[in-house]
Design a protein around this ligand. Structure first.
Ligand code: ADP
Length: 259
C-alpha cells in the first residue's frame, strides 16, 4: 500500500470504527514524544481491561471483544489453569492457591503476564480478563503500558452479589475450548455438552460453593481497592453486568465509542 493511501485508510478507520476514539488516543500517546522508547507503538485499540467480580461474565465479553476486533484475550485464570493442567513447575506452585480460591502471589503472576504481553499478537491491542486484581498489579500494569505507549480502557462489569452466587454455582465450562455456560442463564443447546465441540461440560474445582465464597471475599479485599483507585482517577467505565450478554456487549461498544 502506498504511504498516502495508508494514511487515508487509517483516517477512515478512525472516523468510521467504533474503536476510533480508542485508536486515536493510542496514536496520540504514540505521538506525544514523552518517551522515545514508546515509539514502537501499536496503532490498534490498545489495552481493554475487564474488571468485575468472579462470575460477572468477563470471559464471555472478553471472547466477544477478541473475536470482533481481532485482538487476543488474555485471561490470567486460563493461563494459570493451562500451567496446572500441564503440570509445569509454575503450575505446581500456583495450584494450591487456585484450589483455595486465593490469589496467586504477584511474584509469580507478574512475569507470566509480562511475557504474554510481549508476544507479537498483542501489538495491535489486547483484552485483559482477570488482571489486575491487586493494587500492585494495577501499578505494574500502568507502568508497563506507559513504557509501551499503549492506551488503556478500563471496564467494570457490575453485578450484585446474590446474582453472582447463582452465576458461579451454575457455571459449566468446556475442558477442551474453555467456553463457559450457565445452567440458569445461558445453557448450552444440548444439556451438559459444549455447543462448539460436543465435549462434556465440567464444573471448575474453584466453582464449588465454599471456594466461591472465598473468591468473593478475596475480590472484596484485594480487587475493590483497584476499582476505587481507577474510579478516583476517573478512568472507570461502568457497565451493567446484570443484562443479557448481548445487551452487555452493546453497552460496552456504545461506551467505548463515546467521546
Ligand atoms: P474468577 O475471576 O472467576 O475468579 P479466574 O479464572 O479469572 O476466575 O481465576 C481463577 C483463579 O486464578 C483465581 O481464583 C486466582 O487463584 C488465580 N488468578 C487469576 N488471575 C489472577 C491474578 N491477576 N492475580 C492472582 N491470581 C490470579
Amino acid at each position: 500500500m502506498r504511504a498516502e493511501s495508508r494514511k487515508t485508510s487509517r483516517r477512515k478507520f478512525l472516523k468510521e470504527s467504533s474503536w476510533g476514539v480508542a485508536a486515536a488516543s493510542a496514536l496520540a500517546i504514540a505521538g506525544s514524544g514523552q518517551d522515545q522508547k514508546a515509539k514502537a507503538v501499536p496503532s490498534g485499540i490498545g489495552a481493554i481491561v475487564l474488571l468485575g467480580p468472579p462470575g460477572a461474565g468477563k470471559s464471555v465479553q472478553g471472547r466477544r471483544l477478541s473475536e470482533q476486533h481481532s485482538i487476543p484475550v488474555i485471561s490470567t485464570g486460563d493461563l494459570l489453569r493451562d500451567h496446572v493442567k500441564r503440570a509445569t513447575p509454575l503450575g505446581l506452585q500456583v495450584d494450591p492457591y487456585m484450589k483455595a480460591g486465593k490469589l496467586v502471589p504477584d511474584s509469580l503472576m507478574t512475569p507470566i503476564l509480562e511475557d504474554r504481553l510481549s508476544q507479537h499478537d498483542c501489538e495491535r491491542g489486547f483484552v485483559l480478563d482477570g488482571y489486575p486484581r491487586t493494587l500492585a498489579q494495577a501499578e505494574g500494569l500502568d507502568a508497563l503500558l506507559k513504557k509501551k505507549g499503549v492506551a488503556s480502557h478500563v471496564l467494570l462489569l457490575d453485578v450484585p452479589t446474590e446474582r453472582l452466587l447463582k452465576l458461579l454455582a451454575g457455571r459449566r465450562v468446556c475442558p477442551r475450548c474453555n467456553r463457559s455456560y450457565n445452567i440458569h442463564f445461558q445453557p448450552p443447546k444440548k444439556e451438559g455438552v459444549c455447543d462448539a465441540d460436543g465435549e462434556a461440560l465440567v464444573q471448575r474445582p474453584d466453582d464449588k460453593e465454599e471456594v466461591i465464597l472465598r473468591r468473593l471475599e478475596t475480590y472484596a479485599k484485594e480487587t475493590q481497592p483497584v476499582i476505587d483507585t481507577y474510579s478516583r482517577q476517573g478512568r472507570m467505565i461502568r457497565i451493567n453486568g446484570s443484562q443479557t450478554p448481548e445487551q452487555v456487549a452493546a453497552e460496552i461498544e456504545a461506551k467505548l465509542a463515546a467521546p
